[in-house]
Design a protein around this ligand. Structure first.
Ligand SMILES: NC(=O)c1ccc[n+]([C@@H]2O[C@H](COP(=O)([O-])OP(=O)(O)OC[C@H]3O[C@@H](n4cnc5c(N)ncnc54)[C@H](O)[C@@H]3O)[C@@H](O)[C@H]2O)c1
Length: 426
C-alpha cells in the first residue's frame, strides 16, 4: 500500500498527536504539508516532518491557494476555527479528519454535514474514545445483543483537579465567550457521542440538563488569597497553587507554556516564573471569573424508551470515565482507565435462577503511555484504512452518526441555560 498523503492544519498538541502516526508507520502515512497561524508551531512541526518551506502555510487560505495534492487534511485547529477552516476545505473537495467539537452550534453542524454530502467528501470526526479497546468491546457486546435491549445507561466523567484547573479554569477552554465552546461541548462531546453511538439502534428524542459553577468562585477562595499564586500566603496548602503545579511538577507543560511563544524545550525556568506572574495560568482559580460550569448532568430520552444519564464534574481527586448499562438480558459496567469490563446476568438454570459475572480484562491491549487509552493511534490506523477503501470499522462512521451526540450537547446547553426540556428532531 502506498502511504496516504496528509496535510496538518493546526500544528498544536492534537495535530502533532495525529501526525505522529506518520513517524510510527511511515509505510502508511506521510505528512506532506503543514499550516498554522502560529509561527513557532509551524516551524517546530514543519522541521519535525521535514516539510519544505514551499509546503508550510500560515493559514487555510494560503494552503488552499497553493493547491496542495494530498489525500486528507487533519484539521486540529482550535474549536472556534473549525467552522471556517472545515468549510473552506470541504468546498475545495478535501477529505478531512476534523477534531471534536465539530463546530460550536447546531446550525453550523447542519451546514457542514450538508455541504460535505453535496461535495461528496468525507468529514470524519476524531471521536477518539470510540477507538479505545474499552468502548469498542462494549459496542461489540451491544451489537451482538449480549445484554438484550438497552433500558438505561449511566455515564460519568470525573475530571481530575489539576487537569480541570489547567484546561477549564485557567486555560484555553475556560471561557465560553472566548473559546466558543462550553465544558459539555469541549470535554464531553466525547461522552454524549459515546452515549449516542453505543445506543445507535435508536435516536435521541429529548434532553434536559442542570449545571452550575459553584466551586471556582470568589467566595471559595482561601483566606488572604491574592490575584496571582506567586505571592499568595496559601502557596503551601492550596490544591491549585500554580507554582507547585507548573514550576515544581511541570504538569500540563504542553498547554501551559505555549503562551511564552518559544519551542517548549527552549524555555527557561526564569521565563516560566515571569510568565506565571502575568498569565491566567498563574492566577487564583477562585477569582478568575470565567464562565464554565464545574458540574453538569444531562438526561437523554431515546425514541425506543431507553433513558441515559451523564454527569461531569471537575475538581476531582482522581479522574476517570465510568459506565453502567442495564439491558433486558444483563448489565455491562466498568471504568475506562481500569480497562476491565464487567458483564453480569441473571439467568434461569435447572428450574431456578443463577447469577453470573464475567470480567473481561483488556489491559494487555493498551500500550504504555498511550494517550486516550490507545484511542488516538487506533483512530489513525482505522482512518488510514478507511481512506484506502476499508469500511469494516465499527468506530469510524460518517458525519451522520456524529450528529446525534453533538446535537444532544447543544440541546443540553439550551436546557441548562433556559431551564426547560428540549425536544429533538433527529
Ligand atoms: N480528541 C480529543 O480528545 C481532544 C483533546 C484535546 C483537544 N481537542 C480539540 O483539538 C483541537 C486542538 O486542540 P489542541 O489542544 O491541539 O490546541 P493547540 O492550541 O495545542 O493547537 C491548535 C493549533 O491550531 C492553530 N490554529 C488555530 N486557529 C487556526 C487557524 N485558523 N488556522 C491554522 N491554525 C490555527 C493554533 O495556532 C495551534 O497551534 C481543539 O478543537 C480541541 O478542542 C480534542
Amino acid at each position: 500500500m502506498k502511504p496516504i498523503k496528509a496535510a496538518v492544519l493546526g500544528c498544536g498538541d492534537r495535530g502533532n498527536v495525529y501526525a505522529g502516526y506518520a513517524l510510527l508507520h511511515p509505510e502508511e502515512m506521510e505528512i506532506v504539508a503543514v499550516a498554522d497561524i502560529d509561527a513557532v508551531a509551524l516551524k517546530t512541526t514543519g522541521d519535525k516532518y521535514g516539510i519544505p518551506d514551499t509546503l508550510r502555510f500560515k493559514d487555510v487560505d494560503e494552503f488552499l491557494a497553493a493547491d496542495v495534492k494530498c489525500d486528507t487534511v487533519i484539521n486540529a485547529t482550535m474549536d472556534g476555527a473549525h467552522y471556517y477552516t472545515a468549510k473552506k476545505l470541504i468546498e475545495r473537495g478535501y477529505d478531512q479528519l476534523l477534531e471534536k467539537p465539530i463546530v460550536n452550534n447546531a446550525e453550523e453542524l447542519e451546514e457542514l454535514k450538508d455541504l460535505a454530502e453535496e461535495k461528496g467528501v468525507s468529514l470524519i470526526v476524531c471521536h477518539v474514545l470510540r477507538y479505545t479497546p474499552f468502548y469498542k468491546y462494549i459496542k461489540t457486546l451491544l451489537n451482538a445483543g449480549e445484554i438484550g435491549r438497552i433500558f438505561t445507561m449511566e455515564m460519568n466523567e470525573h475530571v481530575e483537579l489539576v487537569h480541570f484547573a489547567d484546561s477549564f479554569v485557567r486555560g484555553k477552554w475556560a471561557d465560553e465567550r472566548e473559546c466558543g465552546s462550553g465544558l459539555l461541548l469541549q470535554k464531553c462531546s466525547h461522552d454524549l457521542d459515546l452515549m449516542c453511538w453505543l445506543n445507535n439502534f435508536t435516536k435521541p428524542k429529548a434532553v434536559s440538563s442542570f449545571g452550575s459553577r459553584a466551586y471556582f468562585i470568589p467566595e471559595n477562595a482561601p483566606e488572604g488569597a491574592t490575584e496571582f499564586c506567586y505571592n499568595c500566603p496559601n502557596g503551601k496548602t492550596c490544591l491549585y497553587c500554580a507554582q507547585k503545579i507548573h514550576l515544581d511538577l511541570d504538569w500540563f507543560y504542553f498547554q501551559t507554556w505555549r503562551g511564552i511563544g518559544k519551542p517548549l524545550d527552549e524555555i527557561t525556568r526564569e521565563e516560566k516564573e515571569e510568565f506565571l506572574k502575568t498569565s491566567d495560568y498563574g492566577r487564583c482559580v477562585y477569582t478568575l471569573r470565567r464562565d464554565l460550569v464545574d458540574r453538569q448532568t444531562v438526561s437523554v430520552a431515546f425514541k425506543d424508551g431507553s433513558v441515559c444519564l451523564f454527569t461531569v464534574v471537575g475538581g476531582c481527586s482522581s479522574g476517570g470515565r465510568f459506565i453502567h448499562i442495564v439491558g433486558s438480558k444483563g448489565e455491562i459496567s466498568g471504568k475506562l482507565e481500569e480497562n476491565k469490563i464487567k458483564i453480569s446476568r441473571t439467568v434461569r438454570k435447572d428450574g431456578g435462577f443463577e447469577k453470573t459475572t464475567e470480567i473481561v480484562d483488556l489491559s494487555d491491549k493498551i500500550p504504555e503511555n498511550s494517550k486516550h487509552s490507545n484511542g488516538d493511534m487506533s483512530l489513525m490506523r482505522e482512518y488510514v484504512r478507511f481512506l484506502c477503501g476499508d469500511r469494516s470499522s465499527i468506530s469510524l462512521t460518517t458525519i451522520d452518526d456524529s450528529v446525534s451526540g453533538h446535537t444532544c450537547v447543544y440541546a443540553a446547553e439550551k436546557s441548562r441555560k433556559e431551564g426547560k426540556t428540549v425536544e429533538l428532531e433527529l
